[in-house]
Write a protein of this length. Structure first.
Length: 357
């Protein structure tokens, strides 16, 4: 068993270097460009000044330094974390379900978060407790509601998926997720019809956004990102074994159901945390893992680590497009990812000869 778990394709150093380079380029571009463009060289120097013991003359004035360190850098770091978790979760779901079309929102995460946030926004609008931006007034309310709604939906999906017995196929969880999503989406539609004044704010959140007032959202999501990343990367070898089937995995000494539920719990926790601070951003979990699979190899020992790097870089650059292409206005980032993701999804659907559930 040990040989089966440790052998096989390994992560090539060249791809790791490419992933790190993509992150560095995306961070530099995300911080340097915007409504106020800054020299990339000066921005790089100012970012290096954040390293203890480094003192470089960036040539930026106090206002520009504040833009770099207090406005753009927190948003870029948030994009890195959200993109990494969504891509990592997408790769995990595709391996667990042996389904190339699996997505982080598969188990009802989106529907649960959407219903909870809709309820909070409808209550706030109806009582007049806050207005305008969805995160104004009570900055903790919306993220906490989204997180609890997402986790609650996943737990409900698990209960339905395993309710018929202990040994359930991955298809059972998928079908349970579809049922839970439909039920919760109906509840969300009902709330929106009953609270018409809240529709604009609800859609603003549903379309996804990475606007942040500082480092608070980064600190909120960081522990979940660490836990999710640690668990899924630790189990990436077992994910390769599970891809050949439960019987083969059992013969190698693994416990397929236990491993599967641990990975699903970690992936869903990370997705819920990402959704709670960014809204619903689709297709990242499909685009990034599939691109890595096509370019670097089909082993999850390769897919998951590279998905972390390229997922963060992808969402950072996507966010840059969202806030600059129609400047001074800002396009919801979910619209941009859908613009790239929908054709990619069709391509995957057409080129996949067989989808195993």
């Amino acid at each position: 068993m040990q040989k089966a778990l440790t052998g096989g394709p390994s992560l090539h150093k060249g791809w790791v270097a490419a992933g790190i380079a993509a992150v560095v380029v995306s961070v530099l571009a995300g911080v340097a460009f915007g409504p106020v463009s800054l020299p990339p060289g000066s921005v790089a120097a100012e970012l290096l000044n954040l390293i203890p013991g480094v003192h470089l003359h960036s040539g930026l004035d106090e206002r520009e330094i504040a833009i770099v360190t207090q406005i753009r850098l927190p948003r870029v770091v948030l994009a890195l974390l959200v993109g990494a978790m969504l891509a990592l979760a997408g790769g995990c779901y595709q391996g667990v379900f042996r389904n190339p079309l699996a997505d982080p929102h598969l188990l009802g995460v989106a529907a649960g978060a959407g219903l909870a946030v809709t309820a909070v926004i409808a209550y706030r609008v109806s009582t007049g407790s806050s207005g305008g931006d969805v995160t104004s007034g009570l900055p903790l309310t919306t993220p906490v509601a989204a997180f609890l709604g997402a986790v609650g939906a996943v737990l409900l999906t698990y209960l339905l998926g395993v309710g018929g017995g202990r040994d359930r196929s991955p298809a059972t969880l998928i079908l349970a997720g579809v049922a839970v999503s439909a039920f919760l989406a109906a509840g969300q539609t009902y709330l929106m019809q009953r609270n018409v004044d809240a529709i604009r704010e609800v859609y603003s959140w549903l379309l996804g956004r990475l606007a942040t007032a500082g480092w608070h959202d980064v600190l909120v999501i960081l522990p979940y990102a660490v836990v999710t990343g640690a668990v899924l990367l630790l189990f990436r070898r077992e994910l390769d074994v599970l891809s050949v089937g439960d019987e083969e995995a059992t013969s190698l000494g693994l416990h397929p159901q236990r491993s599967r539920y641990i990975m699903l719990a970690a992936a869903s926790l990370g997705t819920a945390a990402a959704v709670s601070v960014s809204g619903l951003i689709g297709f990242v979990g499909i685009i990034v893992p599939h691109t890595v699979r096509l370019l670097a190899g089909a082993s999850y020992r390769v897919i998951l680590p590279l998905s972390v790097l390229f997922g963060g870089a992808f969402l950072t650059l996507t966010d840059l497009v969202a806030r600059t292409v129609a400047s001074p206005a800002e396009i919801p980032i979910g619209v941009v990812t859908a613009f790239f993701g929908a054709p990619f999804f069709v391509l995957v659907l057409r080129t996949t000869k067989r989808v195993t559930l």
